[in-house]
Design a protein around this ligand. Structure first.
Ligand code: GLN
Length: 504
């Protein structure tokens, strides 16, 4: 670790700001310069120096007035799936190119100035909006309609997805922390592929208001940063009830997730699901994960063999439920209410009404291939005659997957395993084979379907020197325990402190 501002992480930058060793404006300028220098990574979709510096000046005024909000003046950036009033919000889609929201997502407001009419927010300053797969559908960021994102550990590889821009911004030290969203692994998998830390909280912890919807029963916001300590700071600011705006937001008071970071992990029972260590797991990932598990044993934790017998089924179940919900959510993009509308849509030979032709042309132009594929799958599994055979069956198995976790948590406190079967693959390697991407989600989907909190913690390096993450899954509302376990590992290892070559 160096003493450069961009390598300090959230906790130490926040302390420097509070001590007035650096101003929020200086901190913002420092990161804005780095963003420009590393533009080729493709991490950002929208930036606006004037907006960022104005927010930084506001933070400096709050600091001068003695305000001690947790993230006051800390520069962060948001996945472009969160709507923001000061930056365009596209969800990585042509459909929303240039779209301006009239309001900030609750998570953005809570981390920043605060929800209008509510308590002041944590005071972070926004550096810009981060590239992602279109409507968060993807595992490699190659589905972004705008630009590919490169993995700073090896520019010929994908950064993971869908929060790929988010993970790259942290790994390349373009922002000390960022937001991401996780529907089926989109915080954990890019965090693993880029050697950073990320946590998806229990479904309902963070408000989905202003998060452009993909699959509403699965979508969750969470922080991505270098360390568990930094993630805890952001998560504490992000979570909290928002029932007026998101009916699935939990009626639980905000929590201080930093409080138990230093608890001992002695006696912690770590469940090791045998289904996560089968044939599909590559040897290099396995070696890194085993190494992390050995560390835990040294710290006094106990490894307990468990079984999550329906792990494999999580792939077909997720790829029925998520597209079903997506097909419904994306019906709002009709060329009338939001974003793109086709210019020339009248075909004199067509028998369709002008309105219908406008819908069709607009959606064909605005949505990329993967989004169209999911809309078709989703519409199919929800249609009369197939609903019972696919959608309803998937819902039943989803419940069984959640029950399997509850069985497991009778004998363990947290579950550990790999995040993904391999390290980040080469760009273009999965070509036009969406199934290759879907199959690689096998270890992250179960916790998503069950609504459980999960995180990725740097655990070492594998093939090609690429980072490998350890996945930790907790029972409902056990985010503190996950962060505590991750923090303890990070005190015993330095994987989270390493930087890709040429970044520092
Ligand atoms: N890779 C999964 C998908 O393509 C998960 C994406 C996500 O979590 N947003 O749907």
């Amino acid at each position: 670790m160096s003493d450069a501002l961009h390598d300090l992480g959230v906790a130490r930058i926040a302390a420097k700001l509070r001590a007035r060793e650096v101003s929020a404006v200086e901190a913002a300028q420092h990161f804005l310069l780095r963003m420009k220098a590393h533009d080729a990574l493709g991490a950002f979709l929208a930036t606006d120096e004037d907006v960022t510096l104005e927010q930084a000046r506001a933070a400096d005024r709050r600091i001068a007035a003695g305000d001690t909000a947790a993230l006051l003046g800390v520069p962060i950036a948001h996945k472009d799936i969160f709507v923001t009033k000061d930056f365009a919000s596209t969800a990585g889609s042509k459909m929303l190119a240039g779209y301006r929201s009239p309001f900030d997502a609750t998570v953005v407001a809570r981390l920043g100035p605060g929800v209008p009419g509510g308590a002041p927010g944590a005071g972070a300053v926004t550096l810009g909006k981060l590239n992602c797969d279109e409507f968060a559908m993807g595992s490699s960021n190659e589905n972004s309609a705008f630009a590919p994102v490169r993995n700073p550990w090896d520019a010929s590889r994908i950064p993971g997805g869908s929060s790929g821009g988010s993970a790259v911004a942290v790994a390349a030290r373009l922002a000390p922390a960022v937001t991401g969203t996780d529907t089926g692994g989109s915080i954990r998998q890019p965090a693993s592929f880029c050697g950073i830390t990320g946590i998806k909280p229990t479904y309902g912890r963070a408000s989905r208001y202003g998060m452009i919807a993909f699959a509403s029963s699965l979508d969750q916001a969470g922080p991505m940063a270098r360390s568990a300590e930094d993630c805890a700071l952001l998560l504490s600011a992000m979570c909290g009830p928002d029932a007026d705006r998101d009916s699935t937001s939990l009626d639980m008071p905000a929590e201080d997730f930093s409080r138990s970071l230093n608890d001992l992990v002695e006696g912690l029972r770590i469940g090791i699901p045998k289904e996560f260590f089968g044939e599909g797991l590559s040897a290099d990932v396995r070696a890194a994960v085993d190494g992390a598990l050995k560390q835990y044993e040294k710290l006094g934790a106990k490894l307990v063999p468990i079984s999550l017998p329906r792990t494999e089924l999580s792939i077909p179940v997720y790829y029925i439920i998520a597209p079903a919900e997506a097909s419904s959510n994306l019906s709002r993009f009709d060329g009338v209410k939001f974003g793109h509308r086709a210019k020339d849509f009248i075909d004199p030979a067509s028998k369709l009404s002008a309105l219908e032709q406008m819908y069709r042309r607009t959606r064909a132009e605005g949505f990329g291939d993967e989004v169209q594929r999911r809309i078709m799958i989703g519409t199919y599994v929800l249609s009369h005659g197939y609903y019972d055979a696919y959608y309803l069956q998937a819902q039943k198995i989803r419940r069984m997957i959640a029950d399997d976790f509850q069985q497991a948590f009778k004998v363990c406190d947290v579950i550990a395993g790999p995040v993904a079967p391999t390290v980040a693959w080469k760009m273009g390697e999965h070509g036009n084979d969406p199934l290759a991407d879907y199959l690689a989600d096998i270890f992250t989907l179960p916790a998503s379907l069950a609504g459980l909190p999960g995180m990725s913690v740097p655990a070492g390096f594998g093939e090609g020197g690429m980072p490998v993450g350890l996945q930790l899954i907790g029972n409902y509302f056990q985010e503190s325990r996950l962060l505590n376990a991750a923090h303890r590992l990070q005190q015993a290892t330095d994987f989270h402190l390493r930087a890709p070559e040429g970044v520092l």
